[in-house]
Design a protein around this ligand. Structure first.
Ligand SMILES: [Zn+2]
Length: 165
């Protein structure tokens, strides 16, 4: 990662370096001149690669629409109903399809674990767990109950669109 700005802020929005240079010109180092002012008379801010970008929104140029940081609005969380997710750093994805693939992988891992825990093979009848929902059929949320445990709360794998909250 270089120390060059990945975007500039002016006119109350972010813009890519190319658009900023096209508008304000550039100094000897190729950066927007430090004394440049936007249409409201405010100075120009710089955004760097190490700055915190909201992952659900990403960063897009307000002038040309170029993608500076890809938005990753879909999060896959796995938890027990009624409890907070244990994973502080859940999988983040740009599209619902990518999130669904990841969620399906998490689900098969969970089912593999249950098969193993009960010493079962996939072809044995009378499975001791129940799966509610299907990512393959377009559900965003699947719950797995372990039927051998009397008060099992189940395990939820949920695809969340963080922009909706
Ligand atoms: Zn631009």
């Amino acid at each position: 990662m270089t120390g060059d700005p990945i975007a500039y802020t002016y006119d109350a929005a972010e813009h890519c370096p190319a658009c900023a240079r096209a508008r304000f010109g550039s100094d000897d180092h190729g950066f927007v001149p430090e004394d440049a002012e936007d249409s409201e008379g405010n100075g120009i801010g710089a955004v760097f690669g190490w700055d915190e970008i909201e992952p659900d929104r990403g960063l897009y140029c307000d002038t040309c629409g170029a993608e500076i940081v890809e938005a990753l609005p879909y999060v896959v969380v796995e938890n027990t109903p009624g409890y907070l997710p244990e994973d502080d750093d859940p999988g983040r994805f740009a599209t619902l399809d990518e999130a669904r693939v990841y969620a399906s992988d998490r689900l098969s891992d969970l089912l593999d674990h249950l098969y193993e825990a009960h010493g079962l093979h996939e072809d044995s009848g009378g499975l001791p767990f129940r799966v509610v929902g299907s990512f393959a059929q377009g559900d965003d949320c699947v719950i797995v109950y372990d039927l051998t445990r009397t008060h099992d709360l189940g395990r939820v794998i949920d695809i969340v669109d963080t922009r909706a909250s």
